[in-house]
Ligand binder design. Structure first.
Ligand SMILES: *Cc1c(COP(=O)(O)O)cnc(C)c1O
Length: 495
């Protein structure tokens, strides 16, 4: 199988090329030239396999230039011994038809681990295949979860060096501690004075600076990307939707009318993976796209107009505070039946004016497959409270947005078929918001609050969070946003 760019489908490359390069040279995203199909025979086989074996089975269909040995090395390294009980994506039930797919049992307690545990293996294998001996330098700008998950994934991975930039005052206390105490000999963490957009713009500028690239090459290095537009992050996410279906089958769930999937969405990566699983033959009916008050996607799904010219809100579900959902471009490419010129034109419009409207053909498919809804912080808090009181089940703010929007969907449509709701973070990452949703007052200190949450809900603090209490802070440098060039040079010891 090959990959093509969404903005020029005569640009055809291999799987390993897309993973090593991240983005196409004219700015498009790489998508598979055709989507592999799973038959009932495949599903029967998958029923007998562990998560890492299922991952190998499915990734093999997409990463066709990887050998069996290479794939085995990648999935075993990523999924064996790294998640609680070697179960990266277990399901909990809220009543008969509501299945919560818990994606936060990894080393950083957010769903980003499912992709960022395997990406370093896929990336280094891909780079080796291109016969490059250069060291890969990963630059990451983060608003919280991605930075820590990338650090944990790349730590001490041979021939890589990772530098993460986060806004000094833009992440939760727990997230800051997680990053500042990161272990490993190839990791660097820099706080910057500025917001997430400043970090993101500065990183992009360095990334595309030809002089800087040449300097790196002289020193035997090259830049690589770990952000969510890399196919090496998206393809591992397809696995857990297929795996959830197999688990439901093994559990004898009644799936005669298929099932729905509901995902709390920001950059559109996670829900897009569910769409690919549907295209592969997993009997998913509706894809329910849940947003917080930054509801650019809800409006798009309802009207066909994407408009990022609007107020930006900071919410209690910060990982979804985003107005440009980059991975949407891949969906629109599929819905337009691969019309690269059309996609290039609407993306140009987005860059220049912040707006585009899709044509009727795309709009019809979009509204058949997707439902978009949103809820604000107050409704998010109420949902956390209600879910805990009714089911004794504790959810974080992002998952609560999804549970709330799923209920809106069910009330509006009466569609009662089984649903899989993606649960994207442990409640202990957002402990202040969760405590307050339960009607409790905060005490002093982030670990004291975590203990309080644990005591009143009889739930356990995840080990990666409780371990932070005794962790040593290794990184306390704060840089001005104009000094990132020298910061990168200093960290890489190049002049
Ligand atoms: C990143 C993130 C999201 C949004 O996922 P996308 O793939 O960007 O749509 C939702 N919840 C949490 C906790 C996250 O970290």
């Amino acid at each position: 199988m090959n990959y093509v760019s969404t903005r020029d489908n005569k640009n055809i490359v291999s799987a390993s090329y897309t993973i090593a390069h991240g983005i196409s040279k004219e700015g498009g995203l790489f998508v598979p030239s055709d989507i592999p199909k799973l038959s009932n025979k495949d599903f029967e086989k998958l029923k007998l396999l562990s998560y890492s074996e299922r991952a190998k089975y499915i990734l093999k269909l997409f990463l066709t230039d990887f050998t069996d040995e290479e794939l085995e090395y990648c999935v075993n390294g990523a999924y064996i011994g790294t998640f609680d009980n070697d179960l990266p994506a277990p399901i909990s039930k809220l009543g008969e038809n509501v299945n919560i797919l818990e994606l936060w049992h990894g080393p950083t307690a957010a769903f980003k681990d499912l992709a960022l545990q395997i990406l370093p293996y896929l990336l280094t294998t891909s780079v080796k295949k291109s016969s490059s001996t250069n060291k890969s330098v990963i630059l990451v700008a983060t608003s919280g979860d991605t930075g820590k998950a990338a650090l944990e994934g790349f730590r001490d991975v041979e021939n890589t060096e990772i530098i993460v930039f986060y806004p000094e005052n833009g992440v939760s206390q727990m997230q800051k501690l997680q990053m500042a105490s990161q272990k490993g000999n190839n990791v660097n963490v820099c706080a910057i004075k500025g917001n997430f957009d400043d970090a993101q713009s500065a990183v992009k500028k360095i990334f595309t600076d030809n002089e800087f690239k040449a300097l790196l090459a002289e020193n035997g290095m090259e830049f690589s990307s770990a952000n969510s537009i890399n196919w090496g992050r998206l393809s591992p996410q397809i696995v857990y939707y297929v795996s959830a279906y197999i688990d439901l089958l093994n559990d004898n769930a009644d799936l005669s009318n298929g099932f729905n999937v509901c995902v709390p969405t920001g950059n559109f990566g996670n829900i897009l993976a569910a769409y690919y699983a549907k295209c592969m033959g997993v009997p998913i009916d509706k894809l329910i796209c849940a947003s917080n008050k930054n509801k650019v996607l809800t409006d798009f799904i309802k009207t066909g107009t994407y408009n990022r010219n609007r107020d930006f809100y900071l919410t209690t579900s910060p990982s979804m505070d985003i107005l440009i959902s980059s991975n949407l471009e891949r969906l629109l490419y599929e819905l337009s039946d691969g019309d690269d010129e059309y996609i290039a034109s609407i993306q140009k419009s987005l860059n220049e004016t912040g707006v585009y409207t899709v044509n009727d053909k795309i709009m019809n498919k979009l509204s058949n497959i997707f439902y978009g809804g949103y809820c604000d912080d107050e409704a998010t808090a109420k949902t956390i409270n209600k879910t805990f009181n009714e089911y004794g089940y504790l959810i974080d703010t992002h998952t609560a947005v999804a549970v709330n929007v799923y209920e809106q969907y069910k009330n509006e449509t009466g569609d009662n078929r089984p649903v899989v709701i993606a649960s994207t973070a442990s409640p202990y990452k957002f402990v202040a918001s969760v405590l307050s949703a339960l009607g409790e007052t905060e005490v002093d200190g982030v670990f004291e609050n975590a203990q309080k949450l644990s005591d009143i809900t009889s739930t356990a603090i995840p080990t990666p969070i409780s371990n932070l209490k005794d962790a040593t802070v290794r990184f306390s440098d704060v840089y001005s946003k104009d000094d990132l060039y020298s910061a990168v040079k200093e960290k890489l010891s190049i002049m």
